[in-house]
Design a protein around this ligand. Structure first.
Ligand code: TXA
Ligand code: MG
Length: 333
C-alpha cells in the first residue's frame, strides 16, 4: 500500500518532509508535487532506485528522466560544459517550469539518461518540491508520476489512481498550480532545440536566450523519446475540432449519442450539448486553462466517458504548449 503524507503546499510541515526524505534516502520511490505536475522521485545518484521508477511506471528504458535540483549551485553537480545561453536562462527562469538539456556529469548513472550523454535538469519552484530535495540533500530523478502513456497527475489522487501499491508514498501538497509539464529545451544543440513546449512561451524563452530555437523535424530521429504521439492520452477516444466550431461540436456529440456511446465535450466556447452528453468548459486564458486541463481529462476518464470532443485552443503562440498536449491526447504527432 502506498502511504499518503499530507503536507501544506506553501509551508510544508518539517515532519512530513522528513518522512518523505527518509523513504527516498532508503532508495524508495516517493511522488511529490511540483508547480507543473506530480513527479515520481528517486535518488538520481542511485541506479537501483532509478531502475524502480521505470518498473513502477512501465516506462521504456530508452526514455530519459529529468534530474531535479534545489539551487543554482547544484547545476555543476549534475552537468558539465554549461554554455552561456544556459546561464542566461537559469538566471531568469529557474526555479520554474523549464527543463534544460545539458551535457551530463559522469556521476549521473546511465539509467537516468537512457545511456545518453545529456541530462535534463530542472529546479522546481514548488515549496514542497524544494523542501523535499533540500531535505534529501541530493538531486532527485523524477518523471511525471503516472503509468506510461497516461495523462500526467496534477493531484495526489491522480497519482494514487495510477500508482497505488507500486510506490512507497505520495507527498500530498494539493493541486499543481501550472498543470502541464515543463518546457524541455536542449541547449547542447546550436541553435537550441525546443523538444517540448510548456507554459513559458517560445518567444519569452528566445528573448532571454538571445536566439531563435529549432523545433524537432517531423520524422527526424527522436532524440527526446518522450515526444512520441499518444503520450499524455486519456483512456477515452479523443477528437479535436477547430477553435470556435460550435456546430461541429454539437453535431459530433449528437452523432456519438446516436451510436450508443457516452460522449463529452471539453470546450472554451459556449456550447449547448444534447441531453446525455457531458460538457466541461475551460477558461479562455492559457494559464487558467492549463491549470484545469489534466484534472478535466482525469475526471472524464473516471466518469467512464468513451469519447471526448475537444475544441482546439486558439492559434496563438501563448497556447503552444496546450495545443501540443491536445494533439498528443488525440494521438497525433
Ligand atoms: O514538468 C515536468 O517536466 C515534470 C515534473 C515532474 O518535473 N516531469 C516530467 O517528466 O514531465 P517526464 O519524464 O514525464 O518527461 C520528461 C521529458 C520526456 O519527454 C523526455 O523524453 C525528455 O523530457 N527528456 C528527458 N531527458 C532528456 C534528454 N537528456 N534529452 C532529450 N529529452 C529528454
Ligand atoms: Mg510523463
Amino acid at each position: 500500500l502506498t502511504e499518503r503524507i499530507l503536507c501544506h503546499p506553501e509551508s510544508p510541515e518539517p515532519e512530513a518532509i522528513a518522512r518523505a526524505a527518509a523513504l527516498l534516502r532508503q532508495g524508495e520511490l516517493v511522488a511529490f508535487p511540483t508547480e507543473t505536475v506530480y513527479g515520481l522521485g528517486a535518488l538520481a545518484f542511485d541506479a537501483d532506485a532509478v531502475a524502480k521508477v521505470f518498473a513502477a511506471k512501465g516506462r521504456p528504458s530508452n526514455n530519459p528522466l529529468i534530474v531535479h535540483i534545489a539551487g543554482r549551485d547544484w547545476l555543476e553537480w549534475v552537468a558539465v560544459a554549461i554554455p552561456p545561453v544556459a546561464h542566461r536562462l537559469v538566471e531568469t527562469f529557474f526555479p520554474g517550469p523549464l527543463t534544460l538539456i545539458l551535457h551530463k556529469h559522469e556521476r549521473i548513472p546511465p539509467v537516468v539518461t537512457a545511456g545518453g550523454a545529456t541530462v535534463g535538469v530542472r529546479w522546481p519552484a514548488h515549496p514542497v518540491a524544494q523542501a523535499l530535495i533540500r531535505a534529501v540533500g541530493a538531486p532527485l530523478a523524477a518523471p511525471s508520476a503516472n503509468r506510461f502513456t497516461e495523462v500526467s497527475p496534477t493531484t495526489a489522487d491522480h497519482v494514487l489512481k495510477s500508482l497505488d501499491g507500486r510506490i512507497a508514498a505520495v507527498l500530498d501538497g494539493g493541486p499543481c498550480p501550472v498543470g502541464i509539464e515543463s518546457a524541455v529545451l536542449d541547449v547542447t544543440t546550436t541553435p537550441p532545440t525546443l523538444w517540448r513546449a510548456g507554459i513559458l512561451s517560445q518567444a519569452e524563452l528566445e528573448a532571454v536566450a538571445g536566439q531563435p530555437f529549432q523545433r524537432p523535424q517531423p520524422g527526424a530521429v527522436v532524440a527526446s523519446p518522450g515526444q512520441f504521439p499518444r503520450h499524455y492520452a486519456p483512456r477515452a477516444h479523443v477528437e479535436l475540432v477547430l477553435p470556435g466550431d460550435v456546430p461541429n461540436i454539437e453535431h459530433r456529440l449528437a452523432r456519438w449519442l446516436a451510436q450508443g456511446q457516452r460522449p463529452a465535450a471539453l470546450v472554451i466556447s459556449e456550447v449547448t450539448p444534447p441531453a446525455g452528453a457531458r460538457l466541461l468548459r475551460l477558461p479562455a486564458q492559457p494559464e487558467a486553462y492549463a491549470h484545469r486541463l489534466y484534472a478535466a481529462l482525469h475526471e472524464l476518464d473516471a466518469q467512464g466517458v468513451e469519447v471526448i470532443v475537444i475544441e482546439q485552443v486558439p492559434a496563438d503562440p501563448a497556447w503552444d504548449g496546450l495545443r501540443d498536449r491536445l494533439h498528443r491526447a488525440a494521438g497525433k504527432p
